[in-house]
Design a protein around this ligand. Structure first.
Ligand code: NAP
Ligand code: GLV
Length: 325
């Protein structure tokens, strides 16, 4: 008998068919509405596997209601939506989709940096509102990207990909990360800085760490106060790594110049979030990995992880090997 799995969102049909060839699949049918928690709780009581998105909060309570569960396959590289230790304690494997979205997310991160530095969102709205009367020397003048200093917090896969883009713009690149990587410093031509030093020296700061207890509010008011008044903060990692209220204060009071955000503490972000009232903030709805090809690769990777886990193989992207003990 095929193992039963629950899929929390519609994915491309050919990839679903691959999953159907190995498993009995039930799918939440709404494309733009996440499965309500109570429905999810009921649906997973007797399944062996779940294919989920970062919109599903697999906390200890939800995990405990899934009595037969062997694997949670997340279609994302970040897996802070899953209580991994609760899953591990129950012997449930957790998998993610690293690598396949690295370049696409680095593209978006650099695009957001450019958009924020050169005030492209503001400029587009200005034109569409019919306010463009003439060319003017300082009209919508922003910050130069070339020859400026980029500070990357978290030199992992995406952080490293960002370096390549920055070097193409003749940027001076420094990084702070949990693990210092001296070989990468030599190979990529970048310099290590302690966090406070990086914040003081950078014109642009990009946050690229996962969200964890360690990185929660990593950038708070004291850190924002260290930054240059002309500095720009970009966060495409996770909301909650940057304290949103502190960021609002910093932007409103001119402690830093601008921010570009693809991620928020609570998603979807409320249109009443004060950050959205500021002209010097560029906001995007968590689309870092959103290219058609990359989203297909992520879905395929997540399906493969699920099939591997349910057929007794070691999934390619297992994040908790301890669950197998
Ligand atoms: P990764 O390869 O694991 O890189 C993360 C880096 O952060 C690693 O170098 C890690 O150091 C470092 N780090 C971890 N904890 C830290 C801490 N407390 N202080 C300083 N550095 C720390 O992950 P990735 O593939 O680059 O992805 C990074 C994150 O981006 C994901 O976790 C996800 O949340 C986010 N993301 C967002 C989007 C989007 O759509 N906006 C898309 C993809 C990813 P070590 O080398 O010591 O582990
Ligand atoms: C997206 O945010 C991801 O973590 O893949």
């Amino acid at each position: 008998m095929k193992p039963r799995v629950y899929v929390t969102r519609i994915i491309p049909e050919d990839i679903l068919d691959l999953l159907r060839s190995e498993c009995e699949v039930k799918i939440w049918p709404e494309e733009n509405i996440p499965v309500p928690r109570e429905v999810l709780k009921k649906e997973i009581t007797d399944v062996k596997g779940v294919f989920c998105l970062l919109t599903e909060n697999f906390d200890a309570d939800l995990i405990s209601s899934a009595k037969e569960l062997k694997i949670i396959s997340n279609m994302a590289v970040g897996y802070n939506n899953i209580d991994v230790s609760a899953a591990t304690n129950r012997g449930i494997m957790v998998t993610n989709t690293p690598g396949v979205l690295t370049e696409t997310t680095a593209d978006l991160t650099f695009a957001l940096l450019m958009m924020t530095a050169r005030r492209m969102g503001e400029a587009e709205q200005y034109l569409r509102r019919g306010e463009w009367r003439t060319w003017s020397p300082l009209l919508l003048a922003g910050q130069d990207i070339h020859n400026s200093t980029l500070g990357i917090i978290g030199l992992g896969r995406i952080g490293e990909s960002l370096v390549k883009r920055a070097k193409g713009f003749d940027m001076n690149v420094m990084y702070y990360s949990r693990t210092r990587r001296e070989e990468k410093e030599r190979d990529l031509g970048i310099q290590y800085r302690e966090l406070n030093e990086l914040l003081k020296e950078s014109d642009f700061v990009c946050v690229m760490t996962p969200y964890s207890e360690e990185t929660k509010n990593l950038i708070d008011l004291p850190e924002l106060k260290l930054m240059k008044r002309k500095a720009i903060l970009i966060n495409t990692a996770r909301g909650g790594i940057v304290n949103e209220m502190a960021l609002y204060e910093a932007l409103k009071n001119g402690l830093i110049l601008a921010a570009g955000l693809d991620v928020f503490e609570h998603e979807p972000v409320s249109i009443n979030n004060p950050l959205l009232s500021l002209p010097n903030v560029v906001v995007l709805p968590h689309i870092g990995s959103a290219s058609v090809n990359t989203r297909r690769r992520m879905a395929l990777t997540a399906v493969n992880n699920l099939i591997q886990g349910l057929s007794g193989k070691l999934p390619d992207n297992l994040v908790n090997k301890e669950a197998l003990k």
